[in-house]
Design a binder for this molecule. Structure first.
Ligand code: DQA
Length: 141
């Protein structure tokens, strides 16, 4: 059975409370429960959220050493700013799919640049939470 990591960056711990008109009403715990239910017996899913860049970098390093089968990452604001996150993904040798709940191309200009997208195999943006499911399905193929 494949092992995938679902990584979420800053402020995604506040899903459900944070700007629900953009990110919806489901919480991060809801997302985790739904993904676990959907892929029960099909994939091992590991979840990690942090508001801290270094913690995400450290986690990617551990996942790289463990040689897991792929990463689904919503780097949130770090997507647009973090060379460290990009380097961690690139250096991990792992296949990663970048997910955004909102469509970053319909939003402010500063969100339309992703530093991490070029080191991911794909980007899914604007499908809401469905993007995480699509990313997992893709990585399981
Ligand atoms: C986000 C989009 C980012 O621009 C933003 O900083 C987030 C969430 C999304 O899922 O739509 O925190 O990654």
């Amino acid at each position: 059975m494949k092992t995938l990591a679902i990584l979420n960056g800053p402020n995604l711990d506040r899903l459900g409370k944070r700007e629900p008109e953009i990110y919806g009403h489901a919480t991060l715990a809801d997302l985790e429960a739904r993904l676990r239910a959907e892929f029960d017996g099909v994939a091992r899913l590991e979840f990690f959220q942090s508001n801290h860049e270094g913690e995400l970098v450290d986690r990617i390093s551990v996942l790289a050493d463990a040689k897991i089968d792929g990463i689904v990452i919503n780097g949130a604001a770090l997507t647009h700013t973090s060379v460290a996150l990009r380097d961690a993904l690139a250096g991990s040798g792992l296949r990663a799919v970048e997910v955004h709940i909102s469509n970053i191309y319909k939003r402010e200009e500063f969100r339309q640049k992703s530093l991490t997208a070029p080191v991911c195999v794909a980007v899914i943006t604007g499908l809401g939470l469905e993007g995480y499911f699509a990313a997992v399905r893709f990585l399981l193929r």
